[in-house]
Write a protein of this length. Sequence first.
Length: 227
Amino acid sequence: MDRWADDAHLYLDRDTARELARTLGAIPDLAEDLSDARTRQTRFGAVDYRTRNGAREQRLPFNPAAARVEDELRAVLVSWVRLVCEQRAVEYSGVVSIAGMAEWLQRNIVAFAMTEGVEQAPGEIAAAVAAAESVVCPPAAMAAADAELVVKARSVRLNISGICKLAVQLGEGFQNLNARRLRTLREAGLIAPVPGPWAPDWPELFVVGQVLDAHRSFPTRQRAKNA
């Protein structure tokens, strides 16, 4: 970041650009883990697959969830590499892979930060990385919720199903945070998904902290009692 003489032509401030560079720097290792997960070379735990009649079900030779998040991460990086190349009039010189694109963007972080529209990049890339990490390193079963758990959960990005499952662990005050409640908060304009682009069949992600704040601030509809 010290290569900049001034910030006059930047669309990201230096702290944000540094954080983006750190995120990009972690992607090559994540990409390797995703590849292992996709081909089921990594075992995340003993899962007993059985059919209804009790017979063991043969495991698929690949992990569909890992394949989806890998495709999404690749698509996000491709979109930003293409935009940087088009706007900054540079040619892509990296390896054609997730790791290669992340490394190229990190090396060219100055040009990246000077690309119009880059304001959306940190959120999009972080969301794609978070989705990939949730597959590579699925969270362990959480214990009873407390204030510390709520604080830790605030910055996490989850889809609707994940938020509903988390709400169960968060205890009192969040029991009614279900899919219907999330739809109500969204229609009220209090929450919005993290910007894409997303694959057509990939669920939208929401920042947990924004959802929790909206849930607590927006009154729930009370059923009318019979007189």
